[in-house]
Ligand binder design. Structure first.
Ligand SMILES: Nc1ncnc2c1ncn2[C@@H]1O[C@H](COP(=O)(O)OP(=O)(O)OP(=O)(O)O)[C@@H](O)[C@H]1O
Length: 264
């Protein structure tokens, strides 16, 4: 199993953030992790890289490619972060330094962690830029983040994440900040890349409908617990939990006459 989380608990002095999470992601599988804001989705994904808040105490087991992340030596965890698992976030603008050229930011890890020459790193990135559908990749390397649209920037971030040839992709609301058309394009891109590279993808979203349509399996999280787990295709037919049913019905509708967006 590529990612295996078993009974993960995480406590900071004031609160228990995770209260016994178990989930799995296999190679070549897209697994959804759905829940409202604050339910613990990001914290769960970050656990795969042992990125915990200060003073956090973790219990249970997290394994990536068979390596026990919680008890591994720091150097082993660094290797997982460098080679095995990559994370992409909602806001690509915050993932890239605004005052550095894209080519410098996006090749940094290849140069500093993987020891590639700058030339080799740029060449690898150029190929990946083309692969993720970015036109004129040479000139993109010289641009600054503010010169690109959100969709282009997310493609840059995806290319940079893929540059380490990860086995596991942790996509944390990776398409949530994009307009609907761009979101569909980036989702299609991630799906293609998953197929080509046999990636395991943990796809975090607050949108149950999106997760159901896009993911092989879906876990529903609430207040630090997994409350439902089903194939994406059937989660609406037979929600195992009242909360899943509520989420499935919480679809924004057109504005009412007073201008407020309501949910039904
Ligand atoms: N360092 C920390 N100290 C205290 N509480 C924290 C810390 N980090 C996260 N939390 C709390 O843990 C809970 C889970 O946060 P997390 O970001 O994992 O949720 P999420 O489901 O990803 O939400 P969102 O969709 O808003 O990102 C939240 O209530 C958050 O306030």
């Amino acid at each position: 199993m590529l990612l295996e989380i078993e009974d993960l608990t995480l406590r900071v002095p004031t609160v228990e953030i995770l209260r016994g999470i178990s989930l799995q992601v296999a190679t070549g599988e897209t697994v959804g992790l759905v829940g409202e804001s604050g339910s613990g989705k990001s914290t769960t994904a970050r656990a795969a890289l042992r990125l915990f808040p200060d003073e956090a105490q973790a219990g249970g087991r997290v394994s990536v490619g068979g390596v026990d992340v919680l008890s591994a030596a720091d150097a082993t965890v660094q290797k997982i972060r460098a080679n095995d698992a990559a994370m992409i976030f909602q806001a690509p603008r915050t993932a890239l330094n605004p005052v550095r050229r894209i080519g410098d930011s996006a090749t940094e890890r290849l140069v500093q962690v993987h020891g590639l020459t700058k030339k080799a790193a740029r060449s690898k990135l150029l190929t990946l830029f083309e692969h993720v559908g970015l036109r004129d990749p040479e000139s993109l390397l010289r641009k600054y983040p503010h010169q690109l649209s959100g969709g282009m920037l997310q493609r840059v971030v995806i290319a940079a994440a893929l540059s380490i040839d990860p086995k596991l992709l942790l996509a944390d609301e990776a398409t949530s900040a994009l307009d609907v058309t761009t979101q569909a394009e980036v989702l299609a891109l991630l799906k293609r890349l998953r197929g080509e590279r046999d990636l395991g993808v943990l796809f975090i979203t607050h949108d149950l409908h999106l997760a159901a349509a896009y993911c092989d399996r879906v876990y529903v999280m609430r207040e630090g617990l997994i409350v439902d787990h089903q194939p994406g295709a059937t989660i609406f037919e037979n929600p195992a939990n009242e909360y899943t049913r509520q989420l499935s019905e919480a679809v924004p509708t057109l504005p009412e006459q007073d201008g407020e967006v309501v949910t039904r």
